[in-house]
Design a protein around this ligand. Structure first.
Ligand SMILES: C[S@@+](CC[C@H](N)C(=O)[O-])C[C@H]1O[C@@H](n2cnc3c(N)ncnc32)[C@H](O)[C@@H]1O
Length: 273
């Protein structure tokens, strides 16, 4: 399996092969080391071959498994959701830093919630918080509801379908978002894993990649209660443009953006007076 995946251009063929074989055998990847001598049943072999063909055609492992780790969660994916990325954990960290008191009953809004990743992580870390996840995609909203339920968070969360915050009144302490930020022109240059398997609605935001930030920034003065804050994920090179959009709406940008593990400025925080 590993050789075929390497030949197909996969960056982590060993790991991918192990995860897919374990999925075919319905076992934990760690158990493969102790089961190395056991024969593989015919049905599992056929399943592994089918998974291998999908991975070799560019489908990410998480899509084949149907779930992916994020923060301390195991999140279900669907064709309507972006596969949550480790970079987005930077948004969670910045938001937790902004509201460090575990005992405060925050009201959180996650715009473009996708799988519900950011909202679920924040609700786990802030046990007195409540939150709304909102997405334009009905399919993503269904998956977010499933993920919040699996994490036991349904009593503190609801998921709505809408166009950013347009239909919401306000009163939120914290608004978080990882919006689409790819330009229409960049789409063709994305890896096939992203271009073919993440939904376009989750990726592309107009000619300059800033359309979603414009819409979100315009809504923040209404959505945030006085003293509230927002944390937005950034695409590479977008810090100055997004900071300018936030300042134009009367928000005070808090310091430089928090960097992700690759050193890229990734999570920009701002407060409203
Ligand atoms: C980059 S994905 C982020 C998903 C998730 N928050 C995460 O970090 O993994 C952007 C999300 O915004 C949603 N979206 C796009 N346009 C929207 C709009 N006009 N209103 C609300 N959500 C929108 C997409 O469906 C997608 O789920």
């Amino acid at each position: 399996m590993t050789t075929a995946l390497a030949a197909a251009g996969c960056q982590t063929p060993d790991l991918d092969a192990r995860l897919l074989l374990a999925h075919a055998l319905a076992t934990d990847p760690g158990d493969l080391f102790t089961r190395g001598e056991e024969p593989v049943p015919a049905a599992a072999e056929a399943a592994a071959e089918a998974f291998l063909a999908r991975r070799a055609a560019g489908e990410p492992v998480g899509r084949i498994l149907g779930h992916r780790a994020f923060w301390s969660l195991d999140l279900l994916l669907s064709p309507d959701t972006l596969e949550p990325r480790p970079d987005t954990e930077t948004v969670v960290e910045a938001a937790l830093d902004m509201f460090p008191d575990v005992a405060v009953p925050l009201r959180i809004l996650d715009l473009g919630t996708g799988t519900g990743a950011i909202l679920a992580a924040l609700l786990l870390e802030r046990p007195r918080a409540t939150g709304i996840g909102l997405d334009r995609s009905e399919g993503a909203a269904r998956t977010a509801r499933d993920n919040l339920a699996r994490a036991g968070l349904t009593p503190r969360a609801s998921v709505l379908v809408g166009d950013w915050g347009a239909a919401l009144a306000g009163g939120f302490d914290l608004v978080v978002s990882n919006p689409p930020y790819i330009t229409a022109g960049e789409m063709a240059g994305l890896s096939r894993e992203v271009r073919l398997f993440d939904p376009a609605l989750a990726l592309v935001a107009g000619e300059d990649g800033l359309d979603a930030y414009r819409a979100i920034a315009a809504g923040l003065p209404r959505l945030l209660r006085p003293g509230g804050g927002a944390v937005l994920e950034l695409g590479a090179g977008q810090e100055a443009s997004v900071a300018a959009l936030l300042r134009a709406r009367g928000l005070a940008v808090c310091g430089p953006a928090r960097r992700d593990l690759g050193g890229v400025p990734r999570a920009l925080a701002a407060r409203i007076a």
